[in-house]
Ligand binder design. Structure first.
Ligand code: LIP
Length: 259
């Protein structure tokens, strides 16, 4: 997985250096794609499935591949932060390996910064091999919270973002990193104290494991576990103090549970 992500990093950086010349496809309102996304996913598919031909793979740009072994599945976002990418800003490549509903390991790779975040279930979270821990800060005034703004007509919970001003008021800062996977990685290493967004599970599966393995807390906006946030994408990942703060701010957002 690491080798595939590094190779995809090199490939996408080639395009990134000429971001102004990219041809941009529009999948939906505010949802972009470029040749770099597709080439990156194809490369990662080839690398992973030639090594593990019986396993399945779900990526962002193509139909899923169903292997003969129903247990193991790779989740791949070949460029998380496509909008960042096409504007020449930091993006990531993220891959998670799942067995059933359990994420066994995952990575978030930022090719621009050449930072490789990795996590193994029960084995810790790392940045370039160095062990990570979420921020130990409990001071509300120092909290740094990441988020992202969903396309309004695609959002299940548009009301949440009307609270951004109130959420921001007492804390140190709100940041939009522009890649959900990178935002999770930033929580795991303490560059953010927390992150909340309505986002896709394929973008965050590896990042969630990073935060869990770095001692953080992961729930949906109402304090519930994976069976809900994997479907709705209404995610909080944070250190314990920021998690409590965000839960308090978000818990009265009207719920819309998946069928
Ligand atoms: C997107 C992220 C973006 C976040 C979106 C989505 P994509 O992924 O990069 O930061 O706001 O919820 O996760 O479409 O670029 O892979």
């Amino acid at each position: 997985m690491i080798a595939a992500a590094r190779e995809a990093g090199e490939l996408t950086l080639g395009h990134f250096k000429h971001f102004r010349d990219l041809e941009i496809g529009v999948k939906g309102p505010g949802d972009f794609v470029s040749d770099a996304d597709r080439e990156s996913e194809q490369l990662i598919r080839r690398r992973l499935l030639s090594r593990y031909p019986d396993w399945s793979l779900t990526g962002e740009e193509f139909d899923p591949v169903e292997g003969t072994d129903p247990e193991y599945r790779f989740l791949v976002d070949p460029i998380d932060g496509t909008t960042n990418f096409i504007y020449g800003q930091h993006y990531t490549i993220t891959i998670a390996l799942r067995r059933g509903r359990e994420t066994l390991c995952g990575l978030v790779y930022n090719p621009v910064a050449d930072e490789m975040f990795t996590a193994i279930k029960g084995g810790g979270a790392f940045l370039d091999g160095e062990r990570l821990h979420v921020s130990r800060s409990t001071d509300v005034g120092l909290m740094a919270v990441g988020t992202g703004l969903p396309t309004p007509n695609l959002s299940l919970f548009p009301g949440a973002y009307e609270r951004l001003g109130a959420i921001r008021a007492p804390i140190g800062a709100v940041r939009i990193v522009g890649s959900a996977a990178n935002s999770c990685a930033y929580v795991a290493c303490g560059r953010l104290t927390g992150y909340f967004e309505e986002t896709g599970f394929g973008d965050t599966a590896a990042g969630i494991l990073l935060v869990e393995e770095a001692g953080g807390i992961v729930t949906d906006w109402w304090g519930r576990g994976p069976e809900i946030y994997e479907k709705t994408g209404a995610l909080i990942v944070a250190n314990p103090a920021t998690h409590a703060y965000l839960l308090d701010q978000l818990r009265d957002v009207p719920r819309k549970d998946p069928a």
